[in-house]
Design a protein around this ligand. Sequence first.
Ligand code: HEC
Length: 133
Amino acid sequence: MRIVFVWSLFFLTTTVFAQNKKPAIKSGPGQQVYEQYCLTCHQADGGGVPNLNPPLKQTDWVQGDKTRLINVILKGLQEPIEINGETFDNVMPAHDFLSDKEIADVLTFIRNSFGNKADAITAEDVKKVRSAK
Ligand code: HEC
């Protein structure tokens, strides 16, 4: 009986802790931008939609050259591309209405989500690319 009590206490405290922790890790400003502007096409898990919207998981576009990635958001993309062995040829609309900070936040978010690991993009980086166009 006592053992059961101790175990329930243990589970109770760990679940409470886990719940407390979750929002702090999950919802940064970049995630909010993602949920509002990108999720419908690229999906909550970054997996995309087969033959329609490419995944954002470990792609060269997401983890590679910053200028190229920033330009996808500023100018959109409309050319046949191959992502992880699958070809996509659809329209990604330009999102140049987002602020430099929103773009920096969302790109930093996707570069560190869905199993990706790449360095952050700053509002200053976005500003430079925007003024160069
Ligand atoms: C209307 C649907 C749609 C929305 C909204 C959208 N995308 Fe895309 N995205 C696409 C499509 C389609 C492509 C591929 C375009 C092509 O084939 O040329 C793409 C390509 C990309 C790529 C490069 C390819 C890859 O998979 O790595 C990135 C990065 C990307 N999108 C990020 C974003 C981010 C970040 C947002 C939100 C700010 C966003 N997209 C919003 C449809 C969308």
